[in-house]
Design a protein around this ligand. Structure first.
Ligand SMILES: *Cc1c(COP(=O)(O)O)cnc(C)c1O
Length: 431
């Protein structure tokens, strides 16, 4: 691993929505020390303006084109977040019946929902058919057959798109790459045409689209364009079979800035995608996208307090009150998150590993960060809006953090902190 040294002048990854005012980190117009005093730590804080700015970057790149942005909601499924995107006109990419229930609860339009995932169960198919989702992104032939049966039983036909695995390398972390032959996702591109033939012959499904999702935290357009070229070839072959396609779904995966990455701007990708579509000679299709991380990642931070500073011969540890159960990405992917002091101190800085109290060596949030710290200081773990709270657990019987959404000078608790009583809810002992 390369060592990273925090630049004292480092600007927050989520600026301008997270920014310093007179040496104190703010979310929009809310000073974060006061928020922590009132609500405690660890605490997830989201910026409403950042969510809308991120969505607007897609809208601006789309212009007058027919593009449906389906928020890949597994990145952050809080109802308040969903509500903001529903208000902005987004659809949703869901991966479970539970996520469908959240979309409905947040006032989202099921007619703009695409249902992805390799393991859809019968009850989930039924719920999605009853809700009237836009499309099932089907990932295997057994799933296709089961969906046809379930729909026939309900007396409806299921709109389907086959998730094609284009076998392209998204050059990202192996755990978040999904478009390679070796991955469990999708139907291999070289068997896709045959799968579409099967789909066209089944009574309970009707083909409406083609879909792919090649991975996550992608910072280059090349893997998308490689995948697109393969999908366009498939569209041509489908047209020859008289199987007509209403939409083409290019998935999510656009990367954000955690450290010094150059994020992939929606416009940079879409301009090239539109150019290829226009040059393809194919009839116009609706484009669907499923961005998750790029809509929410830099719209959130995780605030945590330093409990202890522990100096050993080998290392300096800042032991904080947030842990891998609150933010799992470092433990799961060795992910790098920026760490900022909420009220930076002058004075001697040391290289710290920022670790939590959980009894696992994998329980670290950041390594080798140059920080000037004292016990009780507040730290902000940046870019925590995506795959943060949604992956939280109560491991070590730790209550999950509260979530707050800031809106200008106001803030709203959008999920209360777990209580100690809630930790054992549903459990019982034998008589
Ligand atoms: C996770 C996922 C997304 C969102 O991915 P991001 O990298 O967060 O943009 C979109 N589509 C599918 C099928 C997914 O599994």
């Amino acid at each position: 691993m390369t060592a990273h040294f925090a630049d004292p002048a480092r600007q927050p990854a989520g600026q301008p929505h997270f920014h310093f005012v007179n040496g104190v980190l703010h979310a929009e117009d809310v000073a974060l020390p006061a928020l922590c005093k009132q609500l405690g730590t660890p605490l997830y804080v989201y910026s409403r303006a950042a969510l809308h700015a991120n969505f607007k970057a897609y809208r601006d790149a789309i212009g007058e084109r027919d593009v449906l942005v389906c928020y890949g909601m597994k990145a952050n499924a809080n109802l308040a977040v969903l509500k903001e995107f529903a208000r902005a006109g987004a659809g949703f990419d869901i991966v479970s019946g539970g996520e469908l229930q959240r979309v409905v609860a947040a006032g989202g339009d099921p007619g703009k929902v695409v249902f992805s995932g390799v393991g859809k169960q019968v009850w989930e198919m039924e719920a999605a058919l009853r809700a009237g989702v836009k499309c099932f992104n089907v990932e295997s032939l057994p799933e296709l057959r089961r969906l046809s049966q379930v729909a026939s039983r309900l007396g409806v036909t299921a709109p389907v798109s086959l998730r094609v695995n284009p076998d392209v390398d998204a050059q990202t972390h192996p755990y978040i790459s999904t478009g390679l032959k070796e991955n469990k996702f999708g139907i291999a591109i070289d068997t896709a045409l045959e799968a579409y033939r099967v789909a066209a012959s089944l009574p309970g499904v009707r083909v409406v689209g083609v879909d792919c999702h090649i991975g996550s935290q992608i910072t280059d357009t090349a893997p998308y364009l490689d995948a697109l070229d393969k999908l366009l070839d498939l569209l041509r072959a489908l047209a020859d079979l008289d199987i007509s396609i209403a939409h083409l779904d290019i998935g999510g995966g656009l990367g954000i800035r955690y450290d010094d990455e150059t994020p992939l701007a929606p416009r940079a990708l879409l301009d090239k995608v539109f150019a290829r579509l226009d040059a393809s000679g194919l009839p116009p299709v609706q484009l669907v996208m499923e961005p998750g991380r790029s809509l929410v990642g830099n719209a959130g931070i995780l605030l945590t307090r330093v409990e202890y500073l522990k100096h050993t011969d080998a290392r300096n540890f800042a032991i904080v009150d947030a842990a891998m159960n609150d933010l799992m990405r470092p433990a799961l992917y060795e992910a790098w998150h920026g760490v900022l002091a909420v009220t930076p101190r002058s004075g001697e800085a040391l290289s710290y590993d920022v670790v939590g109290p959980v009894c696992e060596s994998a329980d670290w949030l950041a390594r080798e960060r140059t920080l000037a710290l004292r016990e009780g200081d507040l730290l902000a773990v940046e870019s925590a809006g995506a795959y943060g709270f949604v992956m939280a657990s109560t491991y070590n019987s730790r209550p999950r953090p509260a979530e707050v959404m800031v809106d200008g000078a106001n803030w709203h608790v959008v999920r209360t902190r777990d209580t100690l009583a809630s930790l054992t809810a549903g459990e019982s002992t034998l008589p």
